[in-house]
Design a protein around this ligand. Structure first.
Ligand SMILES: [Zn+2]
Length: 113
């Protein structure tokens, strides 16, 4: 489980952003997690309270927005949900595809109080 380390990094990043911008208190932190990113939303939620303890995020609400993993079949061009279709094109059964979305894990928004 690497989510704790990721969250500690995020807390550090946000602490320096807040210092730069003179933000005293953060109300909500919005993270965007792609279905195909190596980050597991459930673990993020679980680790969050421990990771932000004694940081600027201590009393901040965590919001996670999930981005569906969408792939485009290299054989027939069909776009499909990679997770739902087990990484196989539902039209031609090819398993070679390009990922169009859902690969990333980003800090989407920091809402100051
Ligand atoms: Zn296909």
């Amino acid at each position: 489980m690497h989510e704790l380390g990721i969250l500690i990094n995020i807390a550090e990043t946000i602490t320096s952003i807040a210092q730069e911008q003179g933000i005293q208190e953060i109300q909500t932190l919005v993270l965007e997690i792609g279905e195909l990113s190596p980050v597991v939303p459930h673990y993020i939620e679980e680790c969050y309270p421990a990771a932000v303890h004694d940081t600027i995020l201590e009393n901040t609400e965590l919001k996670i927005e999930l981005v569906p993993g969408i792939g485009k079949c290299r054989s027939c061009g069909e776009t499909f949900n990679v997770v739902k279709h087990h990484a196989q094109c539902p039209v031609c059964s090819h398993s070679a595809f390009d990922v169009l979305s859902g690969k990333d894990f980003i800090i989407k928004e920091i809402i100051a109080r």
